[in-house]
Structures are given as structure tokens and as C-alpha cells.
Ligand binder design. Structure first.
Ligand code: NAD
Length: 499
């Protein structure tokens, strides 16, 4: 261990060291150095955090809807007023540029705002006189303690997809953020406390597989919201459902953008570059494959290339377009796909390896990269790359493009670019993907809809946020009630009927 800062967990409303001696490195990706260490929780540490959350949940489920709304409203105001601090934390540990960090926070704020509407969300149904003098009504109640396990690419927004609604619904949350950029979680915990959230209602445990498994296996953790790569999402889903828990596990992606010959190629090229290289391609809704109908492919590639030549890469605080990748290991893995694609016969139109940057040369850099004629048999086409590598695959027409999208393992997002309304209508009907853009490249639904893909991009049937989110964090009770009066007297062993 060095004299670098050491980030604690957050339990019982305060920083907490736990008993484990294990730690991990947190890098400064724009400089390529370790900037702090983070504690890695043991099984016992997680058990202590869950015990605190059990106490928090017992208290918080009794808080009125109005009290819960007030706390979330105050939290929203504090985050909004201090978002520059949070954005700086995101840039320093993840590497994303300042403007993009603000975009992430804005989308998180939307979910907090939605969660402030917990009053109308929690209204049940009421049927009077289902039988004479008998009424039936439904209630939605919190689950208790819920676990959230989040990925590195949105250290603030992805936790905010879940915890505002979980808390609004009256649960206590234990968050296990990505160990690569864990500070945003602690920053949010501090702000929730300032907003008046009682201790124990929101806890953070840092760590790796040990902490995740301890959350999955703890009997008092009733539900798990996971976001990350597909193999881990599948593992989390299988493990936690086997233990009888409610699980939503969002996985990886390989998002295609289908470009028909009648599309506006300038707008399409803008969209491809924005969605391919924003956040250095480290977005689950990034476009990673452009399916270009052959007759317009050359013209489109030229327009994409022109735009890529104008992109600046460097330290995210300096107003550049694109920052570094999150770690050196991830950068090397992403770059290795360029070799794979070239080896499989793809043309490397723009090679981002060895790019000159506005920043420290030791940072985890990889410039925007464009590949053409990527064979669909190549691992560079089939696997999620999760970096600034955009592949073009040429297709003869709509049918071939659709068939390729539908044959893929993932089903997170996709987009069609066309001026033909009939083609777009047909696409939204036929494509086997959960979130569709029509001339919109990153179709992340707003907070009052719900976010989630199909196939290997989501295990479980509850999407994130929106009404799916509230339903996921609550369980329904149906009450059948009769207030006794003498007219109901008499024994009857028959099954209740509503004549
Ligand atoms: P990851 O799967 O490596 O990690 C996600 C979480 O799982 C982290 O908290 C990590 O600590 C934990 N984890 C890692 N290995 C584990 C193991 N062996 N056992 C148990 N837990 C483990 O993902 P990442 O690299 O942090 O994030 C990028 C991935 O997340 C990409 O695949 C991306 O597509 C996906 N993602 C998906 C969505 C979505 O909405 N579908 C959103 C954001 C990111």
C-alpha cells in the first residue's frame, strides 16, 4: 500500500472501513497512473452492511410517501446544484469528457425526478362490491433490502437508474459500484445523507466478485439489479434466481445502425460518429456496427471519415471530443480487435492506435477507429468491443440488414436511418431488439418509459426505471375486505363465490 488516498465503504450513514485488508487500484486514465485505492469488502463486511440496511429498511418502510418524496426532491436539488463536482469525479476516474459527464448526470436527474412522483406510482386498484358488501383493493409494498451492482461506464447514471425508485418505494439499498470508478457512489451517498435520508437506507460496499457473491447469496437481500457484461449478467441472474430472489440483469450489446439508400447521409454520418465515439465507445447504447446498403456505403464512409478527422482526443477536462479508455488493460483489449478484424480481411480505414493526444502520453489512449468490410464471421463483428471502434458491414438491402441484426446474440439497441416511413414502420415491427431509434442513434428511453434490451442484453423481464422499475422494487398485496354485520351470519363450506 502507498500513501495514496484509500476510499472507504459507506455504511450506517458514514464512511466505514470494514475488516477486510484487500484493496484495488483506481486509475487516472488520462495520465495512466494509480490515483487512489479502494477497499474490497469481505463476506463479513457485506453482511454488516446488509444488517445495517435491514434496520434502515424497517424504519424507512414506515416513512410517509410525502417524507420519501421530500428527501428525493432535496437530493435532486443538491445533485443539480453541485453537478460540476460530480462531473469532475466522473472524468477523473472514468476519463469521459466533461460535457459527456454532464450528460450522464442529466439522465440520472431525470430518474430522480420521476421517482419524486412516487405518490401516483404507488396508487393501487380498488373494486367496490365485488360481492355484496365486499371490496377488493391492491397495495404495493417495499421488498426490504435490495442490492444494486453497477458497471464502470456510467458510475453515476446507472446506479441512479435504480436507487431513486428503490428508495421512493420504501426499500433500503446496498450498492456495489464498479471498483474501477467507485468515488461517484460515495459522493451520492454523502448527498443522500445531506438530503435527509436516514442512516442505513443507502449503503455502498466496494469490491469484486467476493462482494457481488456475498450480496447475491445473503438471505436478507430480496432483489438484485445488475448492469454489466453479458457473461456476468447471466451468472448473476442464474445465481440469484436459484436463491429465490427477484433479478433484473442487464448485459452487453452490439448495436447496429441500418442505413438505407434514401437516408440523409450527412445527418447519418453525424449520428454514426456521435454514437460510435461518444464516451470513447464505452456505452451500452453505442453504435458499433453501421450496416450500409452497398449503393451508399462509399459515400457514407467518406463522410464519416471527414468527421473523424476533426475529432480531438485528450484529457477530458480540456474541451476535447473524446477522452481515454478506462484502464490500460481495457484499451489493449479494444485495440486487439483492430488486429483481429484486419487479420480477418477488414479494411482499416482510420487507425486510432498511436494517435497524438492533447494530454499526457501515458494515458490510456485509443483514437477513433473505422473498419470497413468487416466479415460477419470475425470476432470483431460478433463480440462486444466496448471502445471507439466503428465497423462498417455492407449489405445489399433492408432484408439482409434486418436478418443480420436479428441473428445476433444481443438485442439492446438499434437504429434505422431512412426517409421512408414505411420502411421504418416495418423495421420497428420486425427487428428483435428492445430499444429502437428511427433516425435517432442512441435511443435511450426517457425516465417515464423503461430501459432494457432483449436476448443476451437483459435477463429477467423487468426493465430499468419507469413503471417497470417501481414494480420491480415493490410487491403487490390484494386485500379482500368485508366489515361484518349480522346479515353475514351462517356457516358455508363452499368456495367463495361472488353472486
Ligand atoms: P463487468 O461485467 O465487468 O462488471 C459489472 C459489475 O460486475 C461490476 O460491479 C464488477 O465489479 C462486477 N463483476 C465483475 N466481474 C465479476 C465476477 N466474475 N463475478 C461477479 N461480479 C463481477 O462490466 P463493466 O466492464 O464494468 O461494464 C461494461 C459492460 O456493461 C459492457 O458489457 C456494457 O455493455 C455493459 N452495460 C450494459 C448496460 C445495459 O443497460 N444493458 C449499461 C451499461 C453497461
Amino acid at each position: 500500500m502507498t500513501d495514496l488516498p484509500l476510499l472507504d465503504h459507506w455504511v450506517d450513514g458514514a464512511p466505514w472501513a470494514g475488516s477486510s485488508e484487500r484493496t484495488g487500484d483506481v486509475f487516472d486514465p488520462a495520465r495512466g497512473v494509480v490515483q487512489k485505492h479502494v477497499r474490497f469488502a469481505s463476506v463479513d463486511d457485506v453482511a454488516d452492511a446488509v444488517a445495517s440496511a435491514v434496520r434502515g429498511a424497517a424504519l424507512w418502510r414506515e416513512a410517509s410517501i410525502s417524507k420519501r418524496t421530500q428527501v428525493l426532491f432535496a437530493f435532486r436539488e443538491i445533485v443539480n446544484a453541485r453537478k460540476d463536482e460530480l462531473a469532475a469525479l466522473l472524468t477523473s476516474e472514468h476519463g469521459k469528457v466533461t460535457a459527456d459527464a454532464h450528460g450522464e448526470i442529466a439522465r440520472g436527474l431525470e430518474v430522480i425526478e420521476f421517482a419524486c412522483g412516487v405518490g401516483p406510482l404507488s396508487k393501487g386498484a380498488y373494486s367496490e362490491n365485488v360481492s355484496t358488501g365486499i371490496d377488493v383493493y391492491t397495495l404495493r409494498q417495499p421488498l426490504g433490502v435490495v442490492g444494486i451492482i453497477s458497471p464502470f461506464n456510467f458510475p453515476a447514471m446507472v446506479p441512479m437508474w435504480f436507487f431513486p425508485l428503490a428508495i421512493a418505494a420504501g426499500n433500503a439499498v446496498v450498492l456495489k459500484p464498479s471498483e474501477k470508478d467507485p468515488s461517484a457512489a460515495i459522493w451520492m451517498a454523502e448527498r443522500l445523507k445531506e438530503a435527509g435520508l436516514p442512516d442505513g437506507v443507502f449503503s455502498v460496499v466496494h469490491g469484486d466478485k467476493t462482494a457481488v457473491d456475498a450480496l447475491l447469496e445473503h438471505p436478507d437481500v430480496r432483489a438484485i439489479s445488475f448492469v454489466g457484461s453479458t457473461p456476468i449478467a447471466r451468472y448473476v441472474y442464474e445465481t440469484a434466481t436459484r436463491l429465490g430472489k427477484r433479478v433484473q440483469a442487464l448485459g452487453g450489446a452490439k448495436n447496429h445502425m441500418l442505413v438505407l439508400p434514401d437516408a440523409d447521409l450527412d445527418l447519418t454520418a453525424d449520428a454514426a460518429v456521435n454514437a460510435g465515439f461518444g464516451s470513447a465507445g464505452e456505452r451500452c447504447m453505442a453504435v458499433s456496427v453501421v450496416l450500409a446498403v452497398d449503393s451508399v456505403a462509399d459515400a457514407l464512409i467518406e463522410k464519416i471519415r471527414e468527421r473523424m478527422a476533426r475529432l480531438s482526443v485528450g484529457d477530458g477536462t480540456r474541451g476535447t471530443d473524446m477522452g481515454p479508455l478506462v484502464t490500460g488493460a481495457h484499451r489493449d483489449k479494444v485495440a486487439s480487435y483492430v488486429d483481429v478484424a484486419a487479420g480477418d480481411g477488414a479494411d482499416v480505414v482510420v487507425d486510432g492506435r498511436g494517435i497524438e493526444v492533447d494530454g499526457d502520453p501515458n494515458g490510456f489512449w485509443l483514437g477513433p477507429t473505422l473498419l470497413d468490410r468487416v466479415p460477419t464471421s470475425s470476432a470483431a463483428y460478433r463480440e462486444e468491443i466496448f471502445g471507439p471502434v466503428l465497423s462498417v458491414v455492407r449489405v445489399e438491402g433492408y432484408e439482409e440488414g434486418l436478418a443480420l441484426i436479428n441473428s445476433g446474440a444481443f438485442g439492446n439497441g438499434t437504429a434505422i436511418f431512412t426517409n421512408d416511413g414505411g420502411a421504418a414502420r416495418r423495421f420497428q415491427h420486425e427487428v428483435q431488439v428492445g430499444m429502437i431509434g428511427v433516425n435517432v442513434p442512441i435511443p435511450v428511453p426517457v425516465a417515464y418509459h423503461s430501459f432494457g434490451g432483449w436476448k443476451a442484453s437483459l435477463f429477467g423481464d423487468a426493465k430499468a426505471y419507469g413503471t417497470h422499475g417501481f414494480d420491480f422494487f415493490t410487491q403487490e398485496k390484494a386485500v379482500t375486505s368485508r366489515w361484518l354485520d349480522p346479515s353475514h351470519a351462517g356457516v358455508n363450506l363452499g368456495f367463495p363465490r361472488h353472486d
